[in-house]
Write a protein that binds this ligand. Structure first.
Ligand code: 13P
Length: 350
């Protein structure tokens, strides 16, 4: 009684890794309800529903094979059922599904529940304004939404062979402490900062940069060009936050969610791997998502597209040539070589 219940919304790779951590943590944290629910969008695998497989074998055989959940993690195929008693809603669905998810559960969420978003991206709303995902969740559900972003590649965090760091953006002191408790392990260390919008914007924007690094990799550029790409991208990230989320702190860019996530994702993430594949094979993004991500969505090209739609609507494209270039290449409007030329031009600038 009165123990805080946690619902995880999502069951892809990152959602499963995080669910496994949370379910294990609540077994020793008295403040939280020992049953953790995870919404599973059901798909049929070998004639069986994924949710049934998870509840029987305690393993997400499709998206996190080899990692066993503690038995207190319950897969729930019904979204409303999953969230209706929850005090904490952990969003880990691709940004393309956030709005519909909120519309499905609105009216069934406890009024004093709190959300925390691990979803990376933005969404352009009618009229051309660009919304952070946490702001969409807050607007649609009328609850507070904090954010959790960092240098975390799902396979590395799952393997628990080395220490990773992450950043929790939370303006509320007590919730900051409680949320840190559910995510933290000996291998995942968390720093709490109050600069929520910058944390989230970094998490989203760095995927554009990682995509660019993958494109450069596909062109078989010398290593140094990749670092130059990261530098140019990082500069635009800072400028973007300065203009659109004024009041953010420069120090947040030096948390795990900033420069560290940028480097980790650029070298080891799926965004850069898939972008490289796009250049090397000439295949379309949708085919690569199907072949390399089991149908999951790549966030970098989508984030570039959302950002550039907003920039165009506000006639600000010229202020963000790097993001604009990455979007043009991902969209097939320009060849990958034009990104290389852009980087080269900037490297030889006086
Ligand atoms: P991927 O490029 O592997 O999807 O990782 C993205 C990410 O957000 C890591 O923090």
């Amino acid at each position: 009684k009165n123990k805080k219940q946690i619902a995880i919304i999502g069951s892809g790779a990152w959602a499963s890794v995080i669910a496994r951590i949370i379910a294990r943590n609540v077994l020793i944290l008295k403040r939280f309800h020992p049953i953790v629910k995870m919404f599973v969008y059901d798909e049929i695998i070998n004639n069986k529903k994924l949710s049934d497989i998870i509840n029987e074998t305690h393993e997400n055989v499709k998206y996190a094979p080899g990692y066993i959940f503690t038995k207190n993690l319950k897969a729930i195929p019904d979204l409303v059922e999953c969230v209706k008693f929850a005090d904490i809603l952990v969003f880990v669905v691709p940004r393309q599904y956030v709005e519909n998810t909120c519309k499905t559960i609105v009216g069934n969420v406890k009024p004093n529940a709190v959300a925390v978003s691990l979803t990376k991206g933005f969404e352009v709303r009618p009229g051309g304004s660009l919304w952070l995902i946490s702001h969409i969740i807050t607007k649609l559900l009328n609850i507070k939404c904090h954010v959790f972003m960092g240098a975390n590649l799902a396979p590395e965090v799952a393997a628990e062979q080395k220490i990773c760091r992450s950043t929790l953006g939370c303006t509320h002191k007590t919730w900051g402490k409680w949320l840190k408790e559910i995510f933290e392990t000996d291998h995942l260390k968390i720093n709490v900062v109050d600069d929520e919008d910058t944390v989230e914007a970094c998490g989203a924007l760095k995927n554009i940069v990682a995509t660019a690094v993958g494109l450069m990799d596909g062109l078989a550029q010398k290593n140094h060009y990749k670092e130059a790409t990261m530098r140019l991208g990082f500069i635009e990230m800072i400028k973007f936050v300065d203009i659109f989320y004024p009041g953010g702190k420069l120090s947040t860019f030096f948390e795990s969610c900033g420069i560290e996530d940028l480097i980790v994702t650029s070298y080891g993430g799926r965004n850069s791997k898939c972008a490289k594949e796009m250049v090397v094979t000439g295949k379309k993004l949708a085919q690569i998502e199907e072949e390399m991500l089991k149908g999951q969505k790549l966030q970098g090209p989508d984030t570039a597209s959302q950002v550039c739609t907003m920039l165009r609507a506000h006639k600000m494209t010229h202020k963000f040539p790097f993001f604009t270039k990455v979007h043009a290449v991902c969209n097939g409007d320009e060849p990958p070589d034009s990104l290389k030329e852009y980087v080269e031009k900037n490297m030889s600038k006086k």
